[in-house]
Design a protein around this ligand. Structure first.
Ligand SMILES: Cc1cc2nc3c(=O)[nH]c(=O)nc-3n(C[C@H](O)[C@H](O)[C@H](O)COP(=O)(O)O)c2cc1C
Length: 201
């Protein structure tokens, strides 16, 4: 599973960072959105329900940053309490004036992130909330993708691969477990099938 830090705006207007792994593509053609499964009472869930905006920050594999990421995942802390110990660099949302709604304040994003999906709650899907298990499922429309120049170039040239952490989804009452991936190799899409590029996109 991925490891993302979701930034949202707290009721006092401060950026809150919460780590999440249950965050996957949901709609993938024409419109693009992500599914987030969160504890209903997390700061992130409450902030998304109230403010409708968030940013999904894909952090790199770096043990010091992952340690801080796990620290930001300790349940029950307010934004003010936990963000005192935040070690990630926060920079303003990269939305342009035209990409902003003037009445909305957008959360900051993480400078160290390999890519960031600046997103809005897609209210055409009702938020699934289970009052017994206390989980909520959000569909988040991706409004803007912010990607480091070096990784954008690698993507366009089909060369190079960012160092993203893997969460095995296994955890006990003491540890979270992560690993880095081995070097991926490229397996070209068969040319003889004659597929035009848009079938891949
Ligand atoms: C690596 C990692 C992945 C996590 N993934 C999830 C997840 O997918 N869903 C969830 O509800 N909680 C997840 N948690 C626990 C939340 O981070 C935790 O509930 C935390 O309090 C959320 O922060 P927030 O209240 O500021 O949103 C994860 C924690 C870590 C460290």
């Amino acid at each position: 599973m991925p490891v993302v830090l979701i930034s949202t705006i707290s009721p006092s207007g401060k950026t809150n960072l919460g780590p999440y792994s249950l965050c996957f593509p949901y709609i993938i053609a024409e419109k693009h959105s992500m599914l987030l499964i969160s504890r209903s009472t997390s700061n992130t869930a409450e902030n998304i329900r109230r403010s409708k905006v968030c940013a999904i920050n894909f952090i790199p594999y770096n043990k010091k940053l992952l340690k801080n990421c796990v620290m930001l995942g300790y349940p029950g802390e307010t934004t003010e309490e936990k963000m005192k110990n935040n070690k990630f660099t926060l920079i303003p949302s990269q939305r342009t004036q035209e990409e902003r709604v003037p009445t909305i304040s957008y959360p900051e994003i993480i400078e160290e992130a390999i890519q960031v999906f600046e997103s809005t709650l897609d209210e055409s899907f009702p938020v699934y909330s289970n009052d017994i298990t206390l989980e909520s499922h959000f569909i988040l429309s991706i409004n803007k993708i912010v990607m480091k120049k070096e990784w954008k170039e690698c993507l366009i040239e089909g060369k190079g691969f960012p160092n993203l952490p893997i969460d095995f989804g296994y955890r006990d009452n003491i540890n979270f477990w992560f690993s880095k991936h081995s070097t991926p190799y490229a397996e070209p899409i068969p040319k003889e099938k004659g597929n035009p590029v848009h079938t891949v996109i």
